[in-house]
Write a protein that binds this ligand. Structure first.
Ligand code: NI
Length: 170
């Protein structure tokens, strides 16, 4: 199981680099991320969230293998004009949920776990998760869409709770 970094940790804001090697170590890491994501009961997890400033994320829509995706070096190449609100949460910002407005559909090109390039058009939950996770690769969190004052308040609150947790563990 991997540790999930929380808001306030530098790595979530760092610049990320492209993945260049698709070896067995990479695939082992992806397996560990899928396990971590399932354990945390989330639907998406980006590399910076587990302390790795690289451009990839995974999605698990909880529908078995059909709902599992790996996006490596992704690029959103089209977004719909229509936007929709949706309540988002993030494993790096535990306990916080806010309605965020984003494009309803996206087209994304990426590489899979073996480096093979693919392009998909997504709507609904998948489109939402792709946009949220892709933001992580650019050092962006969903609370950044909120008014600055609210974002800062949320960040302080989560950091306070996480500090207490660490103290209890120590
Ligand atoms: Ni997130």
């Amino acid at each position: 199981m991997l540790d999930i970094c929380k808001i306030g940790e530098e790595v979530l804001r760092e610049k990320t680099s492209d993945v260049k090697t698709f070896d067995s170590a990479f695939s082992t890491l992806l397996d560990a991320m899928f396990e971590t994501l399932a354990e945390a009961d989330g639907v998406g997890l980006a590399a910076p969230q587990v302390g790795i400033p690289q451009r990839f994320f995974i999605v698990d829509l909880r529908k078995g293998d059909e709902g599992k995706f790996v996006f490596v070096n992704p690029e959103i190449i089209e977004t719909s004009v229509e936007e929709v609100p949706y309540e988002e949460g993030c494993l790096s910002i535990p306990g916080i949920y806010r309605e965020i407005v984003r494009p309803e559909r996206v087209k994304v090109t990426a590489q899979d776990a073996r480096g093979k390039r693919f392009t998909i058009s997504a709507f609904g939950l998948l489109a939402r998760v792709i946009q949220h996770e892709n933001d992580h690769l650019n050092g962006k969190l969903f609370v950044d869409y909120l008014p600055e004052e609210e974002r800062a308040k949320i960040e302080r609150r989560v950091m306070r709770i996480e500090r207490k947790k660490r103290k209890r563990k120590a």
